[in-house]
Write a protein that binds this ligand. Sequence first.
Ligand SMILES: Nc1ncnc2c1ncn2[C@@H]1O[C@H](COP(=O)(O)OP(=O)(O)OP(=O)(O)O)[C@@H](O)[C@H]1O
Length: 215
Amino acid sequence: MRLIAEDLAARRGEDLIFVNVSFQLTPGEAMVLTGRNGSGKSTLLRVLAGLLRPEKGSVEAVFRDGRESRPAREVSHYLGHRNAMKQELTVIENLGFWQSFLGDVEGGEGRSIEEAADMVGLGGITHLPFGYLSAGQQRRFAMAKLLVAHRPVWILDEPTAALDASADEMFAGLVHEHLANGGIAIAATHQPLGLKDAKALVMKGFAYHETEEMA
Ligand SMILES: Nc1ncnc2c1ncn2[C@@H]1O[C@H](COP(=O)(O)OP(=O)(O)OP(=O)(O)O)[C@@H](O)[C@H]1O
């Protein structure tokens, strides 16, 4: 599978936020978005995830040498600033909802909820209401959402902001494993996240730099 974005432009309110964004990613590749506050990183990630309609352009997952394609959103996980979990439901209920709502994309299988909880370092507390947990624990369980359904593209908006170093390291491990298994990751992040060989896309509003290997 390849992820192909062609000539994307997006508008927020009256303003065009960016234009002419194109890139291609293949299995195992990652891309990091950088750029000053307000340059459009979150906006681009929301367009890729299908949460915002682009003003122009398309982003598609292409299979079988281009003979088949699907909108990127159908093969993507989106981890945004918010955790997207209900406070009054338990962790099992929250993750169970996402597991059945997202479903597995052909070619892989999601983990069980307990296995995903172990992988984010929080096995054994999935019976608790989400709202009882600390902010760091809540974020770790939001990350577990990526594991309970198989989706080859991970779209990550500041996934580890405000987390401690051990959570950074744990998440870098998850992303690394995802890439090693042929996944794709696109992230706006100031943390390295094990993405040192990632492509870089520098958002500059209307102008932006071509993708390039990060130094
Ligand atoms: N819902 C909205 N309505 C109108 N304008 C918006 C909306 N959301 C964001 N914007 C504007 O779009 C521009 C890009 O915002 P965006 O959140 O994509 O930037 P960013 O690069 O992710 O910033 P940061 O690094 O601060 O997270 C900003 O000028 C912002 O004010």
